[in-house]
Design a protein around this ligand. Structure first.
Ligand SMILES: Cc1cc2nc3c(=O)[nH]c(=O)nc-3n(C[C@H](O)[C@H](O)[C@H](O)COP(=O)(O)OP(=O)(O)OC[C@H]3O[C@@H](n4cnc5c(N)ncnc54)[C@H](O)[C@@H]3O)c2cc1C
Length: 404
């Protein structure tokens, strides 16, 4: 019935699935491992459409998986990039308070960062801010020296190359279409044939809840797609930003607010916002999937979330459809920026798990079920933390799935 038997199959060739595969090939080189990716190359979705920031870990609740895995993961990512000559830069960033009511939140962030083990955090006034970022304005700023930048699509290609070099297989253009759980094996049907395995790890990002259901489980979360849209600064105005300039985030939302990011290529972008997308891979306003919409509307948590956050959601849509509104949000950080300085850039879609009570899942979430492990919530900073997330997942898989 099956044409190929494996010890472990991973669904999803993004940064999470590939990091997990790499960790397995390093830890258990004897295992037959297969990564299934539906696109024609790796990192086509979140992992290739993000801000490229190596986050420091300053934002996350002390004791959370995000805090623990991000701080260690950032150091591991910098070391990985150094070892494999992947362009990166630990350029640091400033988080800027522009209103008096943000000052206590900025101080909270400093305390959080220190509780998470970050060093070198410093609150500075407007004059020192101008020495670091000459065009930024604010009442106070937090300097975060350990933040960096890289290109996660390049990181993913390196992960895939190392997996193949260690005997694993990364099969692209192979969409998992059905999963059957038999007594001694799991059968995965794909667009490129049928494969069997004794353990399955679901790292399908925007589709991880659907893959969980395909595997016969009933995850208690639904993935909601939030599109992040960017503008690029014109090359003549890119010098307005030296490194990374962020606002103080609103603690009610998991997103960081529109900011300026210097990419590893030297280009500077502004964004991303967080607009509810009408399709799970909805990179443009016009991308609409009736199936995705129907499943969102049928989930009770969706309506509860809508009731709690409709005003903020409308503001995001307004900023998405109106360039002047987007520019006004950016001018809080960089008063000189004008509409003529910005040209439309790319976009990415975040996979955010939503609970039935309407709450957005804040921390990473990994759910074992028999010989299957579902990675159901790995939003930002999961690219930064991919190497440490992988260690955590492989520890779980060793214990719960009997991997090894
Ligand atoms: C706009 C934006 C900005 C971000 N900025 C940052 C940042 O600066 N720093 C940071 O650390 N993180 C950032 N993130 C978060 C980070 O990009 C994600 O957390 C991370 O990429 C998640 O990786 P993943 O492998 O889970 O998902 P993905 O990269 O989406 O990978 C999942 C893969 O599964 C595949 N797949 C789905 N269904 C199937 C199927 N049936 N069969 C086979 N394959 C399937 C998909 O094609 C996809 O390639 C950002 C995200 C976004 C969207």
């Amino acid at each position: 019935m099956t044409d190929s038997r494996h010890n472990v199959i991973i669904i999803g060739g993004g940064v999470a699935g590939l990091a997990v595969a790499l960790e397995i090939t390093n830890r258990f080189p004897h295992l037959r491992l297969l990564v299934l990716e539906k696109e024609d190359r790796v990192a086509r979705h979140q992992s290739g459409h993000n801000s490229g920031v190596i986050h420091s870990g300053v934002y996350y609740k002390p004791g959370s998986m995000k805090a623990r895995l991000c701080v260690a993961g950032a150091a591991a990512m910098v070391e990985f990039c150094r070892q494999h000559a992947i362009p990166h830069d630990v350029c640091g960033k400033v988080i800027v308070a522009t209103h008096a009511d943000e000052l206590p939140r900025l101080e909270n962030l400093r305390q959080r960062g220190e509780a998470n083990g970050l060093t070198g955090l410093r609150l500075i006034g407007p004059d020192e801010l101008r020495e670091i970022e000459p065009c930024a304005a604010g009442l106070q700023a937090l300097v975060v020296p350990s933040t960096g930048i890289t290109d996660y699509a390049v990181v993913c290609e390196k992960y895939a190359e190392l997996i193949s070099a260690s005997g694993g297989t990364v099969l692209t253009s192979a969409a998992a279409t059905a999963i059957r759980r038999l007594s001694d094996q799991i059968v995965v049907e794909t667009s490129r044939g049928t494969f069997s395995t004794t353990a399955l790890i679901n790292c399908a990002g925007l589709f991880s809840d659907r893959i969980a259901r395909m595997a016969g489980d009933a995850p208690d979360v639904m993935i909601v797609p939030f599109r992040g849209e960017y503008y690029d600064l014109t090359p003549e105005r890119a010098s307005l930003v030296r490194a990374l300039i962020y606002p103080v985030p609103d603690p009610r939302f998991p997103f960081l607010g529109v900011h300026f990011t210097r990419r590893i290529t030297g280009k500077v972008d502004a964004g991303p916002n967080a607009v509810l997308a009408l399709a799970r891979e909805g990179y443009r306003h016009t991308d609409i999937s009736l199936r995705d919409l129907a499943s969102s509307l049928a989930f009770p948590g969706f309506w509860r979330m809508a009731r709690q956050h409709w005003r903020n959601g409308l503001d995001e849509w307004h900023r998405s459809l109106s360039k002047p509104a987007f520019v006004r949000a950016l001018q809080r950080l960089l008063p000189e920026i004008g509409a003529d300085d910005l040209v439309p850039g790319g976009s990415g879609v975040r996979a955010q798990a939503l609970k039935p009570d309407g709450a957005l899942v804040d921390d990473f979430q990994f759910v074992p079920s028999g010989k299957v492990l579902h990675v159901l919530n790995v939003p930002s900073p999961a690219a930064t933390a991919s190497l440490t997330i992988a260690k955590e997942i492989v520890d779980l898989a060793t214990k719960d799935l009997g991997l090894g």
